[in-house]
Design a protein around this ligand. Sequence first.
Ligand code: ATP
Length: 243
Amino acid sequence: MSAAVMRVDAVRKRFGGLVAVNDVSFTLGAGEVLGVVGPNGAGKSTLFDLVSGVRRPDAGTVHVGERDISGLPAHRVARVGLARTFQKLRPLAGLSVTDNVMVGAYCQTRRKARARSIAAECVEAVGLTHKANEDADRLSTGQRKRLEVARALATGPRILLLDEITAGVDPSGVPLLIELIHKLARMDLSIVVIEHRMRVILDVSHRLLAMHLGTVIAEGDPATVMRDPTVIERYLGRSYVDS
Ligand SMILES: Nc1ncnc2c1ncn2[C@@H]1O[C@H](COP(=O)(O)OP(=O)(O)OP(=O)(O)O)[C@@H](O)[C@H]1O
C-alpha cells in the first residue's frame, strides 16, 4: 500500500438538529480496501454522499490525489475517477443490463459503440454477461447489486465506494460478492466498503473505520478494531463479547 489516493479531512453534515457526520477524517491508500462499519444511523451512507458529491459537506474537504473535490457535484466527481454504488438499488426500468451500464460508460466517452464496448467489459467483470440483454428489472437482488457495481465501474474509476453490496442478498449469494470485491481490488482500484456482514468486512478489508453517531470511534487493522471495547459496546453488543 502506498501514498493516499484520497484524503477526507473533517467533513461534517448536519440535518436540522442532527449532526449525521461530525468531523470525519480518513485516508485511502492506493490499492487499499477500507471497511466502514457502524450501527444503523451511524452516518456511513451520508459520509459516502459527501465524498461522492451527492451532498455538499457543511465543512471539511475531500481530496482525490492533489485535487480538491469538496462540494463538486456527483457527475464531476465521477470524472475525477471516483464512483459509488447506492444501498437502494435503482436500475433504470425498461432498460437492459447493458443499457444500464452504458449510462455509466458515457462518463468516459460520447461514442455509442465505445460506450457499448466498455459496458460489455464491465458486465463481464461482474459476471453478468449471461444477463446482458435482459431487462434490469428482472434480475435477482444479488444480480442487481452486481449491476450497480458494473455501472460504477463503467465510469472508469480509480476509487470505488461500495455501499452494502451484500445487503438483502441471500446468504448463498454472499461468497460471489466477496469474490467480486477481491477481483475489483486486483483491478488496481482503491475501495471503501460499507458493510454490516462481519464475515464480509473481515474477509475483504485491509483496514477498518468504525463509526457511531457521526463520529469515528476506532480505526486500524480489522482485528484490533473488532476487539476495541468501544466498538464492541456501541456496535457489536454484549452478545458478541460473550459468544
Ligand atoms: N436526508 C436526510 N434528512 C434528515 N436526516 C437524515 C437524512 N439522511 C440521513 N439522515 C439521518 O442521518 C443519520 C445518519 O444516516 P445514514 O444513513 O448516513 O446512516 P448509516 O450509518 O448509513 O445507516 P444504515 O446502516 O442504516 O444505512 C441518521 O440519523 C439518519 O436518520
